[in-house]
Design a binder for this molecule. Structure first.
Ligand code: TRP
Length: 332
């Protein structure tokens, strides 16, 4: 019964693409087999970038609907909104008292902005708000509040997790007691990269992504843009170097893969045919996801209810931790 706790934060940044699904969402949801899982929408983290209320509100709904549509079961996993757990921000204040400024100076995200400013001959602090500067502290509060054992993240978040462990160790050292559990990172391997439309890694910033919930017509149109070589219909083709096949493999079972390989090698199949076959297979797999997503987005009251219930549970856990910490620290 006493499962270890896995916790991860989800930034509300628009609709996920199939690279996000296979690379992050699916593996994070699979942790539920082994761990007690906690997922939260990092809405106050998003405020550092998104200051338009309508956009932020929409993005929160979209990301909640996306994770629910991808298989997050609220009955078996905790899902909540960071902003609905005010204890996060109290712990953030506590942790700030233990965080050396020099540690924040070393954060990659902040350093990258600083470097850009210096290179562009701007003031070094240009565009750097304190939320961004102290982002690793808030992220530490997210994690440490729930005694998380492991935190599944991509490699870009590794440094933040090291900082969370550093800060927690400083707190524990000061009180000579394990007040905070030291979290272990669960870094996702970058193997099995998902290829985008142009053959590079699928990424919003490369403009080569395939959104998860695109209507069939738009999905087909997008897939027709996959970059291929200029071989004629008659020529035999190599599936292993083909961007269409790379995507086909994600959705096809062994038998389907084998059959498609044979069609490639035999010749007589043009790129249009291959893309059409990919569309049909992908659409078949994505349709239930899209339908669940559309149903959820048409019933925001239901999403509100799920998040409110999860957040109430999260607040209970968090308050117990804060009662303990306040006493240990001498503010109560
Ligand atoms: N910083 C993470 C990201 O950009 C999101 C996040 C916020 C997070 N708080 C967290 C992830 C706590 C894991 C644990 O993706």
């Amino acid at each position: 019964m006493n499962k270890k706790i896995a916790l991860t934060g989800i930034k509300p940044t628009g609709n996920p693409h199939i690279g996000n699904y296979f690379g992050a969402i699916k593996p994070a949801l699979e942790l539920a087999k082994e761990y007690e899982t906690r997922y939260f929408i990092a809405d106050y983290h998003a405020l550092n970038q998104t200051k338009d209320p309508d956009i932020l509100r929409q993005q929160i709904y979209e990301i909640a609907a996306a994770w629910l549509a991808c298989g997050l079961e609220p009955e078996h996993n905790l899902i909540y909104k960071q902003s609905a757990v005010p204890q996060t921000f109290e712990l953030n204040t506590i942790l700030l008292a233990f965080t050396p400024k020099g540690l924040m100076n070393r954060a990659h995200a902040y350093k990258a902005l600083l470097q850009n400013n210096l290179e562009a001959n701007r003031d070094p602090d240009d565009g750097v708000n304190m939320g961004l500067f102290t982002y690793p502290v808030l992220m530490s509060a997210d994690i440490l509040l729930f005694d998380s054992d492991v935190v599944p993240v991509g490699t870009d978040q590794q440094q933040h997790l090291e900082m969370a462990a550093d800060i927690a160790e400083d707190v524990n050292r000061n009180y000579n007691k394990e007040l905070l559990k030291i979290p272990a990172p669960l870094i996702r391997k970058e193997t099995g990269l998902i290829t985008g439309l142009d053959g590079r890694k699928m990424s919003k910033s490369y403009n080569n992504a395939i959104p998860m919930f695109l209507p069939p017509k738009q999905l087909r149109k997008l897939l027709m843009k996959i970059v291929t070589n200029s071989q004629t219909i008659e020529e035999s083709k190599d599936p292993e170097t083909c961007n269409v096949f790379a995507l086909y493999k994600l959705f096809a079972d062994e038998k389907q893969q084998q059959e498609m390989k044979e069609r490639y090698l035999a010749g007589g199949m043009g790129w249009g045919h291959a893309k059409q076959a990919l569309f049909e297979l992908m659409n078949e797999h994505l349709t239930p996801f899209r339908e669940r997503y559309d149903t959820l987005m048409a019933d925001k009251g239901y999403i509100d209810k799920i998040l409110a219930e999860g957040s109430a549970k999260a607040r209970e856990l968090a308050e117990a931790k804060l009662v303990f910490l306040r006493k240990e620290m001498g503010v109560r």
